[in-house]
Design a protein around this ligand. Structure first.
Ligand code: 2BA
Length: 110
């Protein structure tokens, strides 16, 4: 068995949850925050049998879109960058999804 940890954008999370549930896959949704943008995202924990990992990954690929977001990263509390210059917006591409696939040693429900 594997545990897929999928970090996705909030905008995709509801459709992804439905898509996975419709395939009979077990999923848990966590509200999380990305370290770089410091904005909300969604982390899904998906426990799957080894032979269904690719099906789960394909579902995630189909539903999760990449989007461009603007950020003014690396500023201090005054809004001025560490180098002393005013911050300027930087465009980053977020998603579709960041996935970690881990081996599960034991899956228990007690
Ligand atoms: P954030 O950390 O908020 O990052 C949002 C997006 O900002 C990233 O999209 C990437 O395009 C950009 N970015 C992140 N760190 C950067 C940096 N040091 N310099 C320049 N640009 C940077 P994604 O790569 O699609 O990541 C989306 C979210 O997935 C991340 O949100 C974070 O919550 C998670 N994530 C990504 N890589 C991770 C990792 N290695 N470990 C844990 N979580 C990760």
């Amino acid at each position: 068995m594997k545990l897929i940890i999928a970090i996705v954008q909030d905008e995709d999370s509801s459709r992804l949850l439905t898509g996975l549930m419709n395939k009979g896959l077990g999923v848990t949704k966590l509200a999380t925050t990305g370290g770089f943008l410091k904005a909300g995202n969604t982390t899904l924990l998906i426990g799957v049998e080894d032979e269904r990992v690719s099906e789960a990954v394909e579902t995630i690929e189909q539903i999760c879109k990449s989007r461009k977001q603007l950020t003014t990263a690396h500023t201090n509390a005054t809004g001025v960058s560490a180098s002393g210059y005013m911050p300027f917006p930087v465009e980053v591409t977020v998603g579709g999804a960041t996935l970690f696939v881990l081996n599960v040693e034991q899956f228990l429900k007690v």
